[in-house]
Ligand binder design. Structure first.
Ligand code: ADP
Length: 371
């Protein structure tokens, strides 16, 4: 093991090195640096497994070097040593988080070794998780590109199939027998269903690619546009829609508009047709670092056993003839919300209406990649 000790006090440094040398094996080495700047140079020059840092050694003027250390060695394990007094400067402001803090007055070799090994294990775990996260992001991106490419390329042959089916139907309807007419009709509707599905997959995969940068947007305006886009459905259903004053958020405005639009359109579509007119409220609450928006309706409601399923693409609970749709709306909403760093959930019961909740961070200005 190769350990770098950053300690300005020579007497204390000698004591700590003695402790370590008494317990480490022969191949291990402890190096000493009296300042953060020389420690940086040493880290650049030699392989180091862990750093022991006395918290009184760095000063505010060392911030830049500490930031460079963090940048260049993001997974370096740190163990902090401190006296009982207050430390002059907090290294965590520079992103350096020690996994253990030890009081210098209470040190011994065993405690030191245990803490160093713990810090190394901790950092290994963090670096493994980070690698897995990058891998997951990469495979998600690959999958997305793949589904985009496949659906895009499938459109052409499908267009020919549909064209020929229509030609067949035009020229030979009634010329063959009744069965043939029926088969042509079935082919026609299957081809158009497939076309809709492909368009939906393209639409879904474009959520992470065709986007605008996040900007500060007024949700009152976004909601206004969303309701404007479905004003015919609102008018025909006679839906009563109310909403809270909406806050400004950092977001891709078109995507958030889509979330509101899908949710309100569903509330209208899945209203209990025989009883009430749809009554819909769009609200928002601030919960710590998030706004929690919700769309509440008095519609048919959903059994809790379907709560997860409805957010999966192409999963529908109803026959197309009763409630038409493609089963993509909620999957798209979920993906958009997660890209914005939020989550989605539903509270509902059959016959009791549904409330769809989604959160958006109050202050996140960047896209979230993990999906
Ligand atoms: P679609 O509306 O095209 O079916 P969605 O992904 O928007 O697709 O919704 C998936 C399923 O979730 C719907 O088929 C429906 O069963 C259920 N659902 C969505 N919104 C509501 C709602 N407001 N009330 C009751 N059920 C809903």
């Amino acid at each position: 093991m190769r350990i770098l000790l950053i300690e300005k006090d020579l007497e204390s440094s000698r004591r700590i090195r003695d402790f370590l040398q008494g317990i480490l094996d022969e191949d291990s080495q402890v190096f000493h640096s009296e300042s953060v700047s020389s420690a940086f140079e040493m880290l650049c020059e030699m392989k180091t497994d862990a750093v022991l840092i006395d918290l009184d050694t760095p000063a505010k003027t060392d911030s830049d070097i500490l930031l460079r250390i963090k940048e260049k060695f993001p997974f370096m394990p740190f163990v902090a040593l401190t006296s009982f007094d207050d430390v002059e400067f907090d290294i965590s402001d520079c992103g350096i988080e020690a996994s253990t803090f030890l009081y210098k007055q209470k040190l011994n070799g065993k405690i030191l070794l245990k803490s160093i090994c713990g810090a190394i294990g901790h950092q290994q775990l963090i670096s493994q998780l980070q690698t897995q996260r990058f891998e997951l992001e990469r495979s998600n991106r690959d999958l997305e590109k793949f589904s985009y490419a496949v659906s895009h390329d499938l459109r052409e042959p499908l267009r020919s199939i549909s064209g020929f089916i229509q030609l067949l139907s035009k020229r030979y309807r009634g010329a063959l027998d009744a069965n043939a007419d029926h088969y042509i009709e079935r082919l026609n509707s299957a081809a158009s269903r497939m076309q809709d599905m492909i368009t939906s997959i393209l639409d879904y995969s474009k959520i992470s690619t065709n986007t605008e940068p996040f900007k500060l947007v007024d949700c009152n305006e976004i909601l206004g546009h969303a309701l404007g886009n479905i004003e015919v459905a609102i008018g025909e259903s006679g839906a009563k829609i109310t909403h809270d004053p909406m806050p400004p958020i950092y977001a891709d405005p078109h995507q958030i508009q889509r979330v509101f639009q899908n949710l309100v359109a569903n509330s209208i579509k899945f209203s209990s047709k025989d009883k009430n007119i749809p009554v819909i409220h769009i609200g928002v609450d601030k919960k710590n670092d998030f706004y929690e928006f919700y769309v509440k309706d008095n519609g048919i409601g959903i059994d809790s056993k379907y709560f997860e399923r409805i957010f999966i693409i192409f999963q529908r609970l109803h026959n197309d003839a009763v409630y038409p749709g493609h089963g993509v709306g909620l999957a798209i909403c979920k993906k958009i919300v997660e890209r914005h760093g939020g989550t989605m959930r539903i509270v509902s019961a059959p016959g009791k209406g549904s409330t769809f909740y989604f959160t958006i961070p109050v202050n996140r200005k960047e896209i979230v990649n993990v999906r």
